[in-house]
Design a protein around this ligand. Sequence first.
Ligand SMILES: [Zn+2]
Length: 357
Amino acid sequence: MGVTVGTLDLDAYVGAADAAIRAASSTDALDAVAAEYLGKKSQLALVQRTFGSLSDEEKRTAGAALQQVRSTLDGAISGRREALAAAERLEQLEADRLDLTEVVPAQVRRPLRRGHQHLISQTQAELEDVFVGMGFTVADGPEVETDWYNFEALNIPPAHPARGMWDTFYLELGDPETVVLRTHTSPVQVHLMEEAVANNTLPIHAVMPGRCFRRDTPDARHLHTFHQIEGLVIDEGITFTDLAGVIQTFTTAYFGPAMSSRLRPAFFPFTEPSAEFEITCAICQGAGCRTCSQTGWIELGGCGMVDPAVLDAVGIDATRYSGFAFGFGIDRCAQMRYQIADMRALVENDLRFVEQF
Ligand SMILES: [Zn+2]
């Protein structure tokens, strides 16, 4: 049988409050329940205000009963509050969960910043493709060479005036002036010929791209570190006509059909006869401009028939084999094709320049 204080049945009151507390589905709802059953305007508070008419004995008994109700409901409310808070934390965690399997639609995806090959690397790859398409293989060689590979085997003995054509970086290795940063890719030709002789794998049809070094002061058309691609063909019955055909085919393939090439007599120690080859000036399409000194032509590289003395030096039978070699600047090709006024832009790594290609 329930305890009653004034008009309030305490058991029924606690029962109703308990049901409301358990039904509260959020901390906000629970706050409202707490205000309804324990707040200043609750029935509990109203009953308390009628105590003035009670005797001291009755006050004590009723007060203790109400206090009991209060602490019962307080306990129930704080228990429910903790349960709700825990559930809300879980909900938040669930909402914050990072779904690593989620597929983001392309239209809301932020674009990735991707790097790309430098113009020189792109140009080298493209030139390799052109020559591979003509049946050449691609060969590689060291950037540090001995004097023998860089000069002597190429028919440039010590004190030969032609050494003046290459301003050389010497390394402090071995005897003075015996180890160099290669001044051209031609030493790779010597390695290739030696290997072909040693392994009996003639003929040779190869191109050799790579970095070269000369003690030049950089300017609009020269760099101290630059890139060359060199070609070497050694086979039976090779003539100057084959060389001219390869140069013309390459020019058309890389620069397009509007570009032509021509050969002019020149001197190189390791080829005889030798020629410089020129292409139609890309800036004026051959009409004549300041870049090409009004000639309509731009020098791209050198070439010629391999000197029999070079074949002898590596042990190739010059009475049976003949060949041609050519070489030109990769940087110069890029400069011509993209009309880059100053070659130094290629190595300064200014993103505004680099990102254009
Ligand atoms: Zn021009």
